[in-house]
Design a protein around this ligand. Structure first.
Ligand SMILES: Cc1ncc(COP(=O)(O)O)c(C=O)c1O
Length: 429
């Protein structure tokens, strides 16, 4: 290929990603149709009051045209009303909130976190990311030339033998402090956490915040699962006025309203920081989808009256309990999620047949890729190998785990459980 036609390194030369491998495994499986518990999309629709709002918005002339780049005034006001009680003061919709195209606003789906990195990261600046990480952070940080510094979250020591709380995945705070250099510009936090299901405790958040204050590091707190917590949930921005001044909080209508395809998200933060995120967003996306912003505004306005947020928690907790019953039945340990809709299951007990015909690009990956391939071929259930959310150096840390998404219809969860009973034949004592 002519040199000039070559793609830029930032989008080429990567090995096959996990999503491609899982889709390929699904296509090759004799157990059709596959039950997809891998990706975190919802298997059901947003509630009626939000769908109606979207339908009505589509019929309004002004809702089909550009919105202000910072977001539609009605959504900004609704977000201020929804979030202010958590902050304990009124958030200014004009200066402290900006709407983005999804929380990620990443390269594969153009705005939120990408805009934050674009706003603050210069080539060579360092950004601390905890492992495991939501995979899109990486390309979003690399895009403006940032260098990622990884700090591990350590799995529970007895995770292969006992079901324990996801809260037991832990940060070593000395290790975190050692990762900080004069070039550390930002730290990315995710709570409730994907894929672990951990909700960081107030004490843990305070330690992170103290380090960030000491070293003047911006905290980007990805709180897209903020309406799905099963243990007390603290927002790091609310720890103190000082912490608030260095924190950008990320939210997602996709996760809040079961509408990941709508691509509406937002960032909340002090005007001194947020103005630059808005400026980057304007350059990346200009503005975000108008009718769906309007629908989200109405969604927030009506959510409390519909008791929607409590219902979200009750429904997802019930799904978690329903699905995880299979692991209790099989005697397979897992990390009991404190938030979100993912569960990490430890499948160390599964004996993979020695001569199993894994394709070469799966055979060379850590054991979790083989487990995922095996489950799809033998049982027709898809899950995600979490080593994809680690750097190569630490990929084996989670090679016995698979991540399952429970945001599916109850009947689908029951079908998955029935198929997973087939694991009995492959379990060691
Ligand atoms: C931790 C985390 N952050 C951000 C996102 C992306 O959110 P959005 O779909 O609003 O871009 C996801 C989606 O899976 C996620 O798991």
């Amino acid at each position: 290929m002519s040199e000039k036609l070559k793609p830029a390194a930032r989008v080429s030369g990567r090995r096959q990603d996990v999503w491609t491998i899982i889709n390929e495994a699904a296509a090759a499986s004799p157990k059709q149709p596959i039950i997809n518990m891998g990706q975190g999309f919802f298997g059901y629709n947003p509630p009626g009051f939000i769908l109606n709002a979207a339908t009505e918005a589509l019929h309004r002339v002004e809702c089909n045209q550009y919105s202000p780049t910072r977001g539609r005034p009605r959504l900004l006001q609704a977000l201020s009303d929804a979030y202010s009680p958590h902050w304990g003061r009124t958030l200014d919709p004009q200066t402290e909130i900006t709407v983005t195209t999804g929380a990620n606003e990443g390269p594969y789906r153009p705005a939120g976190m990408l805009s934050a990195f674009m706003a603050f990261v210069e080539p060579g600046d360092e950004v601390i990311v905890f492992e495991p990480f939501f995979d899109q952070y990486i390309s979003n940080i690399e895009m403006p030339g940032g260098k990622i510094v990884y700090v591990p979250m350590h799995p529970p020591k007895d995770g292969a033998s006992k079901t324990v709380s996801a809260g037991e995945w832990a940060i070593d705070f000395d290790e975190l402090e050692r990762a900080i250099t004069p070039r550390t510009k930002m730290l990315v936090l995710n709570t409730p956490h994907n894929p672990i299901g951990k909700v960081f405790s107030r004490e843990e958040l305070q330690k992170i915040a103290d380090l960030c204050l000491k070293h003047k590091i911006i905290i980007l707190s990805d709180e897209v699962y903020d309406r799905l917590f099963y243990t007390p949930f603290t927002r790091i921005a609310t720890l103190s006025p000082e912490v608030e001044q260095i924190t950008l909080t990320v939210g997602s209508a996709g996760k809040n309203f079961y509408a990941t395809g709508w691509r509406v998200g937002w960032l909340i933060g002090p005007p001194a920081l947020l103005q630059y995120v808005s400026a980057a967003h304007t350059r990346i996306c200009y503005s975000s989808p108008s009718p769906l912003q309007e629908a989200c505004a109405i969604g927030f306005e009506q959510a409390a009256a519909q008791d929607f947020w409590n219902q979200c928690i009750a429904d997802m907790q019930a799904k978690m309990a329903r699905f995880n019953a299979i692991w209790d039945e099989l005697g397979v340990p897992y990390s009991v999620p404190e938030g979100g809709y993912f569960v990490m299951v430890n499948l160390a007990k599964v004996r993979l047949p020695r001569d199993y015909p894994f394709p070469p690009h799966v055979a060379e990956r850590p054991r979790d890729f083989k487990l995922a391939w095996f489950l799809i071929q033998e049982l027709g259930v898809a899950a995600i190998p979490p080593s994809e959310f680690y750097t190569d150096a630490r990929a084996t840390t989670v090679e016995d785990y698979l991540r399952f998404a429970v945001c599916k219809e109850d009947a689908v969860l029951e079908d998955a459980k029935e198929r997973l009973r087939g694991l009995t034949a492959f379990l060691s004592g």
